[in-house]
Ligand binder design. Structure first.
Ligand SMILES: [Fe+2]
Ligand SMILES: [Fe+2]
Length: 440
């Protein structure tokens, strides 16, 4: 008897997506993640609330790690091909999600990012995990399950903030609602973020009421803090000591909080160079920006644990403002040169905090030091990459450093007498309060 026409059955649900189908779906996810990371990062300097401003880099870092895992997995599945630099059939989806950058209000941005863009990705990940193969595709399972849990948290946080923003910005409510409704319609028209099917091949039209956000000359600052340009007198007054003991505790916490400018620069350069530099740039910049947001929160946390109210604490903008009107490479330069400037002093300060028994400052300073050593590598690598890409447009690192130093010196020289006396008074009040708190 011939067995030629008889076979064992292989209709198992897990065989639904073959190797290259899976790679195709993961590629769509990668480009959707990428668009949302770039669009959201551009919003960082425009957000007032410090909690919201600091959450953007956190979520972008989580999602950049997912995107990187997706990318690595696509390479594995398509080995030896390394070709995923273009969206291909997923271009309309990537283009629509990138529109969160052009949302007309912060509330519209938070809604489109969280309840729509990230929610569509969450749904797609859920669907993927329901139908893909936990055996053959186990490596994808591991990181996508983690990302699904992260997305749930991101979405609920962003929804709450979008509602809060909307309630505080009633005059723009109709504008926000019209824009988000149209964003949602367009996403639905593309079929959401699909698994089996690519979006229809259409040109994404700009959403009516969009407002293209440029890099702002002045960063949005949380009104709960004491707003200024120079956040401690020693920046503009050589006579005022950086300080030791209690003064150093205070100065160091205020410095950490004031790394807010570094977070803003990180977000700006991530998005500004996203189409100039390769994916690795976005991944590094997402981590860099997130690290700076942790440094800022370390200061915020120590000051509030000591008992300071935000209204007592100066939140400055002089380094951010020094880069006004310059090319984004100068914001990269400032982030690199001014953030790593004190790298050598950090172990010294960590030791001082240990000696005086300030464990929190010691701990924060030591972790910060480890982050800064990574940032030094980022700065070197990407300034060099830009210069090699186009030496006419992007000056060499030494020239960028020189110009950055000049710009900041010029800014410091512009400090007025009124600013100087106001910040000196503010610092003295903080020192006095710190002495009282220390005695309690
Ligand atoms: Fe930092
Ligand atoms: Fe840094």
């Amino acid at each position: 008897m011939s067995l030629t026409n008889f076979y064992l059955r292989g209709e198992q649900p897990r065989a639904r997506w073959k190797r290259l189908d899976t790679a195709q779906i993961l590629k769509r996810f990668f480009f959707c993640e990428r668009s949302l990371i770039v669009g959201a990062s551009a919003w960082i300097p425009h957000l007032y609330d410090l909690e919201v401003k600091m959450a953007v880099p956190y979520f972008c870092w989580q999602n950049a790690e997912t995107a990187n895992d997706l990318r690595e997995r696509i390479f594995e599945l398509r080995f030896p091909s390394k070709m995923i630099e273009h969206e291909g059939a997923d271009r309309p989806l990537a283009a629509l999600l990138a529109e969160i950058r052009n949302a007309p209000t912060a509330s519209a941005f938070l809604t489109a990012w969280g309840s729509m863009g990230l929610a569509a990705l969450r749904d797609a990940y859920r669907e993927f995990l329901d139908h893909s193969d936990p055996l053959a595709d186990a490596p994808t399972y591991r990181f996508l399950e983690l990302s699904l849990r992260e997305k749930e948290k991101q979405i609920s946080t962003l929804m709450a903030w979008a509602a809060q923003e909307s309630a505080s910005d009633l005059s723009n409510r109709t504008r926000t609602e019209n824009w988000t409704a149209e964003f949602s319609n367009q996403l639905a028209f593309l079929g959401g973020i699909g698994t089996d099917t690519a979006p229809p091949n259409v040109e994404v039209a700009p959403i009516p009421g969009s407002q293209s956000i440029a890099v702002p000359d002045l960063p949005a600052r949380d009104p709960r803090y004491w707003s200024c340009r120079f956040y401690w007198p020693d920046i503009i007054d050589a006579e005022f000591p950086y300080g030791e003991g209690l003064l150093l505790q205070l100065r160091s916490a205020v410095s950490h909080l004031n790394e807010v400018w570094a977070v803003e620069h990180g977000g700006i350069i991530l998005s500004e160079f996203s189409d100039v530099l390769p994916w690795e740039w976005i991944r590094d910049a997402a981590r860099w920006t997130y690290d700076e947001s942790r440094h800022c929160r370390m200061g915020q946390n120590r000051l509030s644990a000591w008992g300071f109210d935000p209204s007592e604490v100066p939140l400055g903008s002089y380094i951010y403002e020094s880069a006004k009107g310059t090319q984004p490479i100068y914001r990269l330069g400032m982030l690199y040169f001014f953030e790593t400037k004190n790298i050598g002093r950090k172990p010294e300060r960590t030791a001082v905090f240990k000696e005086i028994g300030d464990e929190a400052s010691e701990h924060d300073m030591d972790f910060d030091w480890a982050d800064e050593t990574i940032h030094a590598t980022y700065g070197n690598r990407w300034l060099r990459a830009l210069h090699e890409l186009d030496s006419g447009k992007y000056p060499a690192a030494a020239k960028v450093r020189e110009d950055c130093e000049f710009l900041v010196k010029k800014m410091i020289a512009s400090a007025s007498t009124a600013e100087k006396s106001a910040i000196t008074q503010r610092a003295h009040s903080m020192i006095q309060r710190a002495e009282e708190l220390a005695k309690q």
